[in-house]
Design a binder for this molecule. Structure first.
Ligand code: FMN
Length: 198
């Protein structure tokens, strides 16, 4: 008989908050790679959010599989202070296509924090309604599809960057090209004015 459950927990990272050029912490990238490799084998799905050095993870699957992965995660030295925020029976998985969805540091989460009078992402302090709002955001948020990382955490070539970073990068280069073009036109106009005896 099926015994599907949803488990939500928070914890604090023990590693340094250094981001790589995609804006994602290398250690978080490794965790995601492991999750995406392991979770499908156990019929587990879920989502992970990392902000202000704190993890918020939701895992859905059979109770036994949840117990097993939870124990493994608890023993992981990359985080500490694991606090179960909720564990409830569910009828079906709500992250069904995601072995482990990763939502990059989202503006909506910042807005949620402000609306609750919070200044930092500290999920261990969240009340029921904030946890539920956070889960809704994770379901809606776009996944950062960056995780073709090798075992030592290096991104392999040809990986897609997370959408917001890619969009920002192309936006910047477009704007820079326009500025250079405008500056070049001004310089050419000045030279022409000087040469033509203005
Ligand atoms: C915050 C956090 C979340 C994690 N989530 C998962 C997960 O969903 N699934 C998983 O298999 N491992 C997860 N891990 C990694 C496990 O702790 C463990 O390192 C990994 O499962 C070992 O797998 P491996 O022997 O295949 O490398 C997580 C670790 C941390 C710190």
């Amino acid at each position: 008989m099926s015994n599907l459950q949803r488990l939500v927990y928070s914890s604090r990272a023990t590693f340094a908050q250094v981001q790589d050029d995609s804006g994602i912490n290398r250690e978080v990238a490794r965790i995601l790679m492991q999750s995406r490799r392991n979770n499908p084998r156990q019929g587990l799905v879920g989502a992970l959010y990392f902000g202000d050095g704190n993890f918020f993870q939701c895992l859905e699957g059979e109770a036994e599989a949840l117990d097993e992965v939870c124990e493994r995660i608890r023993q992981d030295s990359r985080h500490t202070g694991m606090k179960v925020l909720g564990r409830h029976p569910i009828k079906s998985r709500s992250f069904s296509v995601w072995a482990m969805k990763f939502v990059p540091n989202a503006m909506q989460v910042q807005i949620l924090l402000v609306s609750r009078g919070l200044t930092r992402f500290e999920p261990e302090k969240f009340d029921e309604s904030t946890i539920s709002a956070m889960l809704t955001l994770l379901r809606q948020g776009a996944d950062a599809d960056l995780l073709q990382v090798d075992a030592s955490g290096n991104r392999r070539s040809g990986n897609r960057l997370p959408e917001p970073v890619a969009a920002t990068a192309s936006g910047h280069s477009g704007r820079t090209a326009m500025l250079f073009g405008a500056a070049a036109l001004v310089v050419i106009a000045c030279i022409a004015w000087l040469v033509l005896g203005g």
